[in-house]
Design a protein around this ligand. Sequence first.
Ligand code: PAF
Length: 306
Amino acid sequence: MTANPAPTWHILGSGSMACLWSAYLLASGHTVRMIRREPPPRAEYHELVLETAAAVREFQLTLEARDAGDPLTRLLVCTKAHEVSGALRPLAPRIATDACVVLLQNGIGFQDEAARIAPRAQLYCALTTEGAYLKAPFRVRHAGIGHTLVGGYPAGDLTRTGQLATELRATGLEIRVTTAIDSALWRKLAVNCAINPLSAAHGCSNGALLDEPARHAEFLALCREISAILQGLGRNELALEVEADATAVARATAHNRSSMLQDLDAGKRTEIEYITGFLCRQAHLAGIASPRNDALYARIRALEPA
Ligand code: PAF
């Protein structure tokens, strides 16, 4: 990574996380260009509004075509998990050697696809607890202050990750660094497997998985199965913590509708393939029974648009 004080960040996607990070990077003096699926005929600008508890701020955001030409040195991928490969592939010729490519999604499986598409880039995964939603296109509300964990993928080079974290910290957002992103991804996967498909299947908030006795019993049985799968896969420590982790997250986000439920409500495809789908495939490969997860996977696929 060079010592450029404010390098250009390209943002892939235009949802709440894409707008949130664009706004914070712009506010910290970076040049930001958002690459959209529908390419503008040439670079154009769009007003971007960031609402926080303290203020409403406006920025000029540059929109860019996928084939704009100049090399990408820092790319933050904010698409849904199932869109990562399709969005990255057309950009591959523009990704500079040693570019920082940061993946900010739920789930596991797409990271290896991204590594194959951009083999010369430094790949990072980021897991965030920042809460944000779009009030309208390009108008993002930063609703909950959280933190973002960043680690090199597949293995963490602490010096480079530290440099990236320092750069991202200029935004004022809390950035934490890990050399073990793999464990963090699996921990998040287990929580998402417990909360997302069940809340989506019942059409209920995360907290409602704990409140209503029948749903809570289903939630606990699902946690036990996820735990057994993790144990069978040799992830013993994580296996012991599934129920406590998932319960804590469901409680902390009690009023939230999970991202999977929001996707179904919006008539969109969900990230099930990279959440429960990934877990079930690992279980099947290892010969571990996963009937509850299999059933939830089938249920969510049936609820997705054709
Ligand atoms: O995907 C989501 O909705 C979130 O990751 C989580 C943690 C389940 C909270 O809603």
